[in-house]
Design a protein. Sequence first.
Length: 108
Amino acid sequence: MNGTFLVPANSKKSLLILGLFNSFDLTLFGTGVFFTIIMMIALPVEIFSWAVISMLPVCVTGLLVFPLPNYHNVLTAIISIIKFFTGRQRYVWKGWCARDEFKETSKK
């Protein structure tokens, strides 16, 4: 290997429950299951439209915790997209040098 070290691609999976979920994901999905059960008890699920409405919490939370490649799940992908569009839009490149040649002035 010539003194190099290669990190395995699945090294973070050991920190997850069943290799896919963290505790927040399971809590979120469990909340969706709980509300679905409550809605199925309270609503007349014999009618198709009410059955679909009562299944929405488990479907939405299930889609949020669904695993995606290059992201942990859909929820983290959505959070990354929101942070990208609402975060800092002007990035100042400082370089890799220890000392700057000039001082930056703020533009207002």
